[in-house]
Design a protein around this ligand. Structure first.
Ligand code: MN
Length: 724
């Protein structure tokens, strides 16, 4: 087992597939996860992936799995895939390995019957039970004699065979159930997901006929009331043992709000990453669903006790193991919001019709199948299955008018599911992987040292990151290895990580929003070494709240940069603007000048920076230049005023640089800009101690409210020769 071949075949940063640092903890796998992808590559095929050795052993199955007993399906053993691939669905870009659309056709839990899967893969026989949404029951994977050398090339032929049991059937499961268990789309539809979503929202708007424009306020769950006789002309849903939630999605931000009797709702999304992933896969970016989180036992029955165990085990931090031990579905019974349409005024029957188009019939998030007809047989059916109540909704009722509860007479399962108050926050844990990997060979500093640094510096660094776009560069093998930009949040990121949508000419990016220490540590664990920030806030991407003047040395001396920075300070004092110096983390100096929040466009910021830069060069022509061509600068300091703009970023205060000395960009007090200043003194080993001792000299950057119009007027006077 290992991901070497997976990595060799793919280009990190060029494909949208997951690229974890390393395997999860390998060990003996007796129970694990599985996924079946339907992959429209050069040839359409299925990929069965079963957990083994902390990864997913993968088999290409040209004709797909079969539920027909003793049907033999060729399964070609291919390279292992990372566990993160369980959540993958998407279109692998043109030109990359395996280019084409790939849906998660089925997923679930696999139990190995004869020893751990690692042994079975070696011996050539895996006897297993699959508990998926579509594939259930006993299967065998058996190695056949492949062509010479096939084993080394990982191209061995195996056969996938359904064993005889209660789940065997003569129906053709791949033909009858072609849809994804995440998005509900077919593999052909994946490319037009957005258009399909738009069409669905349009349909809701048409049916609303002008009613139901959506507000920013999240809808609330309607109460239910117990009745003895159900209303006429109703649709019935079995009330599955579970926890009722309001599930909302706004882009990648998913909430699962469980009402509490004694206070505000609990957001339990962090407990159920597979539900979060499935909601993110839906064709509409903005939805609100009424539904229940339900854990199913090995026989497929809803179990409140199992859900309670899942919630308790998640608290221990092993998300994957908890999800394998107790898979959970979100069974949706109502649709409250679809895109910009508030669907609550629609008749229940219409809402359900929209819901069944939005979420799959079989999947991680699925629509409850409503029952219709006389109540007596429905109650009898429910009782038989241990369901203690059914809900009844009149077909023509708006949301909130009638859900009624009818008891079936079955004994109710008793268990309390305790997600714990504020449990979402306590689940924001990051396990640092590959701690010992050397990232800065010259200093013998490791990935663990990098992660420890960002964890330690988080309290002073976070204020400069939160609420702004960040630009990340990953160095999975340290500063001497390859590096790449992480523009979008990766597949398989934890449910609690917040994201930010940034429009650009390439159709937009979904970046990280770094607003807590766990997210910063998560980025460090992704091997992000430098962190760059834009001078704007998420809510006002066209407004600058500071600008930067960069004193770039190249062949020039630090002493000259210090002279220029101090001259800039005098100019700033004269026009009434504060300024905050820091080392760039390499050789130069930055001075950051606050503009106050949301008040000024980037044009103003850039004009101020340029004017100040030109004045400095005019007054110090022997040591300063704004010459862009490096060769023409000579030994003069380059006064760079071009680092402020809607798509320009500077290295964040306290960011580590990807340089051999592992230096950081350190905020300074003005009096430190003096002979003897050594930017190399600030590195990831020394910086936390300095901050603990002296605090953050730049903190006022974020709270300053300078009088910018007056500053501009004074600067204009100075430029025209009338001022100081
Ligand atoms: Mn494939």
């Amino acid at each position: 087992m290992g991901l070497d071949e997976y990595r060799r075949k793919r280009r990190e940063g060029a494909t949208n597939e997951p690229f974890p640092d390393e395997l999860a903890v390998p060990g003996e796998t007796r129970v694990g996860a599985f996924v079946v992808h339907l992959h429209a590559a050069t040839r359409l095929h299925y990929d069965l992936r079963v957990e083994a050795g902390g990864a997913l052993a993968s088999f290409a199955v040209p004709h797909g799995p079969s539920l027909v007993p003793l049907d033999k399906r060729l399964a070609v053993h291919t390279e292992d895939h990372p566990l993160e691939y369980l959540a993958f669905e998407g279109i692998i870009p043109e030109g990359q390995y395996g280019a084409g659309a790939m849906i998660a056709w089925d997923r679930g839990v696999v139990e190995y019957l004869e020893g751990p899967s690692e042994e079975g893969l070696t011996s050539g026989k895996l006897d297993m039970i699959l508990r998926g949404h579509k594939l259930r029951g006993r299967f065998a994977l058996v190695r056949t004699k492949g062509p010479r050398g096939a084993r080394e090339a990982k191209q061995e032929s195996w056969l996938l065979i359904k064993k005889r049991d209660a789940h065997a059937t003569s129906r053709d499961v791949v033909a009858e159930e072609p849809r994804s268990v995440l998005s509900g789309l077919t593999v052909d539809e994946l490319a037009s997901a957005r258009a399909i979503g738009d069409g669905l929202v349009e349909r809701a708007r048409r049916e609303l006929g002008g009613r139901g424009s959506v507000s920013d306020e999240a809808p609330a769950l309607a109460p239910t009331r117990a009745v003895s006789a159900p209303p006429a002309d109703a649709l019935f849903d079995p009330l599955l043992a579970g926890v009722r939630v309001l599930a909302t999605r706004e882009g990648d931000l998913v909430r699962l709000l469980a009402p509490r009797a004694d206070g505000p709702d609990d957001d339990v999304a962090a407990f159920y990453p597979e539900i979060v992933r499935a909601l993110r896969a839906l064709v509409v970016e903005r939805v609100a669903l009424d539904g229940r989180l339900v854990a199913f036992d090995r026989a497929g029955y809803p179990s409140l006790a199992l859900l309670a165990r899942r919630a308790a085990r998640m608290g221990e931090g092993d998300v994957h193991a908890a999800a394998v031990a107790a898979p959970v579905e979100l069974v949706a019974t109502d649709l409250l919001r679809l895109g910009d349409a508030d669907t609550r005024p629609l008749p229940f029957a219409s809402r359900r019709a929209l819901l069944s188009r939005l979420v799959p019939e079989r999947g991680v998030v699925r629509a409850s199948e409503p029952l219709e007809g006389p109540i007596a047989p429905i109650l009898a059916f429910a009782r038989e299955h241990g369901i203690d109540a059914i809900t009844a909704n009149r077909k023509d009722a708006a949301y909130g008018e009638p859900t009624e509860l009818v008891a079936t007479g079955a004994e109710a399962e008793r268990a309390t599911v305790d997600h714990g108050r504020g449990a979402g926050a306590s689940l924001r844990r990051v396990t640092v992987t590959n701690r010992a990997k050397v990232f800065f060979p010259e200093r013998s500093l490791t990935k663990g040292d990098l992660c420890d640094y960002y964890a330690a510096i988080a309290p002073v660094m976070l204020p400069y990151l939160e609420d702004r776009p960040v630009i990340l560069v990953r160095y999975p093998d340290g500063i001497d290895g390859k590096s790449f930009f992480q523009w979008n949040v990766p597949v398989g990121m934890p449910a609690w990580v917040k994201t930010l949508e940034i429009d650009d000419d390439k159709g937009g990016k979904r970046g990280f929003l770094v607003d807590d220490a766990a997210t910063l540590l998560y980025l460090a664990n992704l091997a992000c070494i430098p962190i760059h920030v834009l001078a704007c806030r998420a809510a006002s991407l066209d407004r600058a709240d500071f600008f930067t003047i960069d004193f770039d040395l190249k062949q020039a001396s630090l002493a000259h940069a210090i002279t220029l920075a101090r001259a800039l300070k005098e100019l700033l004092d004269a026009i009434g603007l504060p300024g905050f110096p820091k080392t760039s983390g390499q050789t130069g100096l930055h001075v950051l000048v606050p503009l106050g929040r949301d008040a000024h466009g980037f044009d103003t910021a850039r004009t101020l920076a340029d004017l100040l830069g030109r004045l400095l060069v005019e007054r110090h022509p022997d040591i300063a230049t704004m010459e862009r061509v490096v060769g023409k600068r000579g030994a003069r300091v380059y006064v760079d005023t071009g680092q402020t703009g809607p798509s320009r970023a500077i290295v964040a205060p306290y960011s580590v640089r990807a340089v051999p000395a592992a230096t950081v960009s350190m905020p300074l007090r003005w009096e430190e800009l003096a002979p003897g200043l050594d930017p190399r003194a600030f590195d990831l080993a020394s910086a936390p101690g300095r901050v603990a001792r002296d605090g953050d000299p730049m903190a006022a950057l974020l709270t300053a409210r300078p009088d910018v119009p007056t500053a501009i007027a004074r600067l204009a006077e100075i430029v025209s020769g009338r001022g100081a």
